[in-house]
Design a protein around this ligand. Structure first.
Ligand SMILES: Nc1nc2c(ncn2[C@@H]2O[C@H](COP(=O)(O)OP(=O)(O)OP(=O)(O)O)[C@@H](O)[C@H]2O)c(=O)[nH]1
Ligand SMILES: [Mg+2]
Length: 303
């Protein structure tokens, strides 16, 4: 019960994807006797929920192998096999997120408008609620609104925000934040960055500089470099993640706006194809709408 409570938001935010997926799968099975060609139809349904062709085929091949010798196939047998296959794709034993010790730094990156600043605001509260002393840094110096936005989140949750002036070099804001973080009694520093398109070379170089400066002032690499992706962008986000990964060595993924999307299938590819852990899920706009990710709850809620 308690475990389910913890992932309630995750389960709820998968409703749209589940509807797309389960309704269509049930429709396939409603046509009477189940034949092996019905299993192939499921592959199309998976692709429609934004699972890549390659991953969908692997899942379907796995299902077929599991049920090939069973004479009287029922929808339940196939659904169970499907669940097991999806689960096997996403149950990768990643190391835990590095939020345990004293002094951890997370940098949050991603393209424009995916929900980075909102996620930092929610994460700040999430960790403060769990007893951490959190600091947030506004390294989006392109837009005054970016700074004001994170300051508003800080005010709401009583979290200190370090910010620079408009158009200040974001790397120098990051440097100042890390110095302050090191000197004072803080546990976790969350660094917000401006949105940038993955194909804009100079902006990607700027990000690489921010990370270099943080590592230098911190004395070691930041503990987590988390990329935020918008669930609604589906397969496009795989390209974004790959390009950011090449520049700043992404350590994990946060998926936002799952509440408004039927493309939750993308999560399977992030884990299976890109081999990256999904750390958090954004499930709405308000401060508490953030959830840890659980592969089991994900598959259970989806299928
Ligand atoms: N429904 C929903 N909306 C979200 C979620 N996360 C963020 N948003 C909304 O997405 C919009 C953009 O969020 P921001 O946090 O400003 O995005 P950003 O990535 O910081 O944007 P830039 O700094 O301009 O690149 C806002 O309207 C947020 O309220 C989520 O999990 N669910
Ligand atoms: Mg922002």
């Amino acid at each position: 019960m308690k475990i389910f409570e913890k992932f309630k938001n995750l389960a709820e935010s998968l409703k749209k994807t589940k509807q797309e997926l389960s309704d269509k799968i049930n429709f396939i099975f409603n046509s009477g006797k189940i034949e092996s060609k019905d299993i192939d139809k499921i592959e199309e349904v998976l692709i429609l929920s934004d699972i890549s062709y390659q991953t969908a085929s692997e899942i379907i091949e796995g299902v077929k192998k599991k049920v090939i010798k069973i004479k009287d196939l029922t929808p339940d047998i196939i659904k169970k096999a499907l669940k097991e296959e999806v689960n096997s794709k996403i149950s990768v034993a990643f190391p835990d997120i590095k939020d345990a010790g004293k002094k951890n730094i997370f940098i949050i990156v991603g393209v424009n408008g995916v929900g980075k600043t909102t996620t930092i605001g929610k994460l700040g509260k999430y960790y403060a609620d769990r007893g951490k002393k959190v600091m947030m840094a506004a390294c989006d110096t392109f837009r005054a609104a970016g700074r004001e936005q994170i300051e508003a989140w800080g005010m709401k949750s009583g979290i200190e925000v370090v910010s620079g002036v408009e158009n200040q070099d974001p790397a120098s804001v990051a440097h100042d934040a890390v110095q302050r973080f090191k000197e004072k009694d803080y546990d976790l520093l969350l660094i917000d960055t401006a949105g940038r398109l993955h194909n804009k070379k100079h902006l990607m170089e700027e990000l690489s500089k921010i990370k270099r400066v943080i590592s230098k002032s911190y004395g070691s690499e930041p503990d987590e470099v988390l990329i935020v992706i918008d669930a609604g962008l589906g397969q496009n986000s795989l390209i974004q993640v790959e390009q950011f990964k090449a520049i700043v060595d992404i350590t994990g993924v946060i998926i936002t706006k799952l509440d408004g999307s039927a493309k939750g299938g993308i999560i399977i590819d992030i884990i299976h194809k890109l081999n990256l852990p999904v750390r958090f899920i954004g499930t709405g706009e308000s401060p508490d709408k953030i959830s840890e990710f659980s592969p089991e709850i994900f598959t259970d809620s989806l299928l």
